[in-house]
Design a protein around this ligand. Sequence first.
Ligand code: FPP
Length: 229
Amino acid sequence: MVKDRPPEHVGIIMDGNGRWAKRRLMPRNYGHKAGMNAMIKLAGHAQKLGIKYLTVYALSTENLSRRPQDELDGLFGLFREYFTENIKKLYEANARVRAIGDITALPEDIIRLLESAEANSPKTAEFTLLFAINYGSRSEIINAVGRALKQGGEIDEDAFSSLLYTGGVPDPDLIIRTGGELRLSNFLLYQAAYAELYFTDVLFPDFSEKEFDKALKDYAGRTRRFGKI
Ligand code: FPP
């Protein structure tokens, strides 16, 4: 079955910023800045193509505890820049943002920025950019189990999904990982049960709209059986 419709939800593991910078003899945060610019372009492109949800893995729980403080400070600086300046363009394009992850561990001002970005997002948005920040799938699942136990009673797959950070968002149809590694690194593990996976050696700052189109073309040629024959 070849699909003529775009995927509804795409997830991206934005890997390779550090190597991209290193090749240019520049500090890692230079690569993250280039990655942010690539992400901004991709979000606009995805929206134009009719994709409804784009989830970007901006910071994993492991990144937050294991990266050197100066790199984290650089990333926090980019989040501040994005959520004070670039965000307006997203609203103008009738798009909304949503943060997924344990944002309580982030610096106080970033928590406020994320909260106000969600609150100020257009209510009738046709496109949602989900930022996975201090996100880890295992802790998301454990958190959902805790909430389910508290609620009590029977629970089915739909009810459980609604307790995840992504509650209300359809499962990803396609997950892209740039930077050459072939793993999911704790990203949307429950939600990715039937996602198509696309891996590319292209480093994230070079993952252009054209590269994104290539991934979509590959996806369009896949047969999705969801367990059927
Ligand atoms: C992994 O590449 C990437 C990250 C840990 C950070 C991704 C963040 C951005 C692209 C900026 C996002 C900005 C906003 C506003 C959300 P790596 O550094 O591990 O690459 P490497 O494997 O080459 O070292």
